[in-house]
Structure formats: C-alpha cells, structure tokens
Design a protein around this ligand. Structure first.
Ligand code: R5P
Length: 302
C-alpha cells in the first residue's frame, strides 16, 4: 500500500503519528476562504494511485469542517486516489439521531447522507453516540469501541492507588450509555453496574433522579460517557454519587467536546480523576489524562 495521510484541521497530531507509524507521507492540504464566505479545500500533495487516509473529526467549526471534508474527499477522488479510508474520530450531530420534539429534523441522518454521497471506501468512527447511526450509511462503517483503552487505564490506576476491583462499580450517567458501561464492566472482570436516570429540564442542563444509596456507598465509581460537552451530565451524576456516599468518582469520557465552563463545572462537582481520548485534539490542563486512539486506528488500517 502507498499510504498518504491527511487531516484538514481536527486531528493534525494524530494524522502525523499515523503517517509516522505507517512510514507514509503526510499529505498537505490547501484551504481558501473567499470574500463571499465560500471555501475551497484541496490536497496540495499528489494522490494519484495512492491509498488516501483522511482523519477528520468535526468538532470545532463543525459546519465548515463538515463541508471542508466533503471537498477534500472530492479533491482526492478526482485527483486519482486509488482508495480512500475515512476516519471521523468524533462525529458531530450524533446526538440528533432521532426526533425528540415535534417538527425536529434527524440532523445526524442528514449529515450521514451528505458524507455518504462522497466517493470513499470505508468510514471508521469511535464510540458513536447511538448504534442506529450506522444504519444511516450505505457505505461500510466501523464503529470502534474505545473500551480497551479505558479498561487498561483503570487497571493501572487501581494498581497504583491500591484499589481492589471489588470496591469499584461502573456507573452509566443515563440509559444511552448502558452498553458502554456494560463493555467496561466486562473488561474489568464483570464488576457491578449502576444506571442513573437523567432528565434534561432544558437544553444543556442535566439532572439525575435519586438512587438507592446502597448501590454506591463506599464504592469507587467509574462514571463512563461518550461525549462530555457542557459537563452538566457528569457534574450532576458526580454530585449525586458523592451525596449517596460514594468513596470517589472517576470520570471516563471518549469525546472531550468541553464547551466553555465544562472543566471547572466537573472539578467543582468533586470528581477525583478525569480521563478522555484524543478523538478531539485540545489543549487540556495536565491534570486531565488523554488516552491515545492511535493503536485503534492502526489496527483498522492493517
Ligand atoms: C447524552 O446522551 C450523551 O451521552 C452525553 O451524556 C451528553 O452529550 C453529555 O453532554 P453534557 O456534557 O453537555 O451534559
């Protein structure tokens, strides 16, 4: 294979590491913004006859990134790429995967169809918000779990902190994260799972219903979620767990969207440890640990 690896904006470090690991070329991208607001994104490198890998989350200027990605896919195909593997480590709009209120669009399906209309070979995402998203695509799509990274992290955390697995429970902050919690529990020798009931009184705010304190009293709770955005879900869940007597709350979230105020909101809620992955590249406070999805990407390529 003659790989060339691109990222437009979202995952430049990751793209560099993938290229280095494959001993492949790092592709150059040219971006232009026109006076009327239109953009142009193209490959500046020669892709003819090459196997193109594009790694692009949509997380910062979401709509521009999405459209830029469509343009880069078109540029690569028209310029003679032999194959195109697309990685979208974080898939924006994934939380709008159903109609919750009258007249709402299923925005996630709209985005999926747009991407599906491009010419590429396969798509890989990580911890997609909901499995139904896979059905929005006609292209082959791999929804890779990051459970192995979190399990490895927590096993070494417990070893370093003298914590026995019998004192640990996995907590799902809402019913949407049940299967994630279940996978993590299995990877940690089937430790118990506690599922919380979350309500959203208004957009961007989260509250949890009371639970039986016996479930978490004196336990180390691993609160596991896919997306951490405002931090409201984690903060509310953490406060509840600590109020019910949990010994400590460790938070694992795959996608650090981290909107303004998120990290301080989480810190104020009493969380002891916060670990995320690099599906979204961010400058983070060194107290936040970042797990590298590079091995999962390489696994998918080889
Ligand atoms: C919701 O269903 C997701 O799984 C996350 O719990 C949610 O997106 C987190 O958002 P926030 O951090 O704003 O509460």
């Amino acid at each position: 294979m003659k790989y060339i690896v691109f990222s437009i904006s979202g995952n430049k470090k990751l793209a560099k590491e993938v290229a280095r690991s494959l001993n492949a070329e790092l592709g150059l991208v040219q971006k232009k913004c026109f006076a009327d607001g239109e953009i142009m994104v193209k490959s500046k490198s020669d892709v003819k006859g090459k196997d193109v890998i594009i790694i692009q989350s949509t997380s910062k200027n979401v709509n521009d990134e999405l459209f830029g990605l469509l343009l880069l896919l078109d540029s690569a195909k028209r310029s003679g790429a032999r194959s195109i593997k697309l990685f979208m480590p974080y898939f924006a709009y994934s939380r709008q995967e159903r109609v919750s209120w009258t007249n709402e669009p299923v925005s996630c399906e709209v985005v999926a169809r747009m991407i599906d209309s491009a010419d590429f070979n396969n798509l890989t995402c990580f911890d997609l918000h909901h499995p139904v998203i896979e059905t929005f695509f006609k292209h082959s799509i791999e929804n890779k779990p990051t459970t192995s990274l979190f399990a490895q992290y927590y096993l070494s955390y417990f070893k370093d902190n003298n914590i026995s697995l019998k004192d640990v429970v996995v907590v799902s902050p809402d019913h949407g994260s049940n299967s994630r919690a279940d996978m993590l529990s299995k990877a940690l020798k089937n430790i118990d799972i506690v599922i919380l009931d979350k309500v959203r009184p208004q957009p961007n705010s989260a509250e949890h219903l009371e639970i039986d304190g016996k479930l978490v009293k004196d336990k180390v709770c691993i609160l596991i979620d896919d997306i951490i955005d405002t931090g409201g879900t984690i903060a509310s869940a953490s406060k509840l767990l600590l109020k019910k007597g949990a010994k400590s709350v460790l938070v694992g979230g795959t996608h650090p969207v981290f909107s303004k105020g998120c990290v301080s909101r989480i810190k104020r809620s009493g969380v002891t440890d916060l670990v995320v992955t690099n599906t979204i590249e961010k400058k983070l406070n060194p107290s936040i640990k970042v797990l590298d999805i590079l091995p999962l990407i390489l696994d998918e390529i080889k």
